[in-house]
Ligand binder design. Sequence first.
Ligand SMILES: [Zn+2]
Length: 176
Amino acid sequence: MNLEYENKLAGEFPFMHRNSEALKQNYISDLYGAFGFECGDGWYELLQEMCVEIAKAYTNQSVEIDFKPLQIKEKYGTLRVYFATSEEMYKPIQKIIDKYKKKSETICEECGQLGMMRNDLNWIRVLCDTHYQSALNIKPEDKLKKLPEIFNQINKYIKDGYSILEAINKTKNEAE
Ligand SMILES: [Zn+2]
């Protein structure tokens, strides 16, 4: 997801704040801190609604929010959220996460419009008809043509003083 959306979510929900040091470690254990929301921009509203419900669940129980995202990504087409929290809040939060995983089955990951699971692409994804059509039209050789451009951009960031992982991540965020 693009940085603007990530920052918006972290601004609205402090528990979504990312540890910017996470990427600098040799062995990355904090995947959310390092990579943020590993899904398309189309799920922004879905994630925003999910965060509202998470915050509410703590308020309802009069518990201080100790929700910690460990990894948020798309897997086999749907939204996956791995997290840590206190024992008493684990079940109610897991219930919310499951609900939003189910919701993601019908929301285009590219644009947020109504979509469905597409099983005949290289990658299982939920896409609307328009984005499904454009995904079908991307030929493997078109992707290869973009490679030199991608490597140049990564190289530029490394020269600017970023670590290799940071450079890759910045390039990836821009390409999305
Ligand atoms: Zn779409």
